[in-house]
Design a protein around this ligand. Structure first.
Ligand SMILES: [Zn+2]
Length: 155
């Protein structure tokens, strides 16, 4: 299962996600589709609670337990992303390795696919003796322009 997951092509759309579930032999219940549709629609990192609330706002018939169980099954199989936060788990639509931009003012997490220069990866390998096969970076910053420290003291 692990080797299969490593060699598979990345999921880049809702259709890819549905196809991948079928390849895995996962049953595509109505509820499971609702969750995948929502994640690909919103393209955010959402808690199980938020996913439940949004689906219910859309009038989708899905129970609390079903949301939790389906999120668990989908993330274990690598169909969706699961981010562990100190205040709980968040789920996202992108499951292949990617980096995150964490907005400190809005608490949003934005997905980015970036490639580090080969030279930098070689440096990391030289420093650690570990052959790098994958990476994911957490960036932190503010969406709105923050006043520079000395501009603040002058005000
Ligand atoms: Zn993500």
């Amino acid at each position: 299962m692990q080797a299969e997951a490593a060699g598979r092509k990345p999921i880049r759309s809702l259709d890819d996600a549905l196809d991948y579930c079928q390849t895995l032999g996962m049953r595509l219940s109505k509820q499971r589709r609702f969750i995948l549709e929502l994640l690909w629609q919103e393209k955010e990192h959402l808690s199980a609670r938020e996913i439940y609330d949004r689906l219910n706002q859309q009038g989708k018939d899905i129970g609390h337990t079903s949301v939790y169980q389906n999120l668990e099954a989908l993330s274990v199989q690598g169909v969706i992303e699961c981010v562990e936060r100190s205040d709980g788990r968040l789920y996202g639509n992108i499951s292949d390795p990617h980096s995150h931009v964490n907005c400190l003012d809005t608490q949003q997490i934005l997905d980015v696919h970036i490639e580090l220069p080969e030279e930098l990866l070689r440096q990391v390998e030289a420093q650690t003796g570990v052959r790098i096969t994958n990476y994911s970076i957490d960036f932190y910053g503010y969406r709105s322009a923050q006043p520079a420290p000395d501009a603040q003291s002058q005000a």
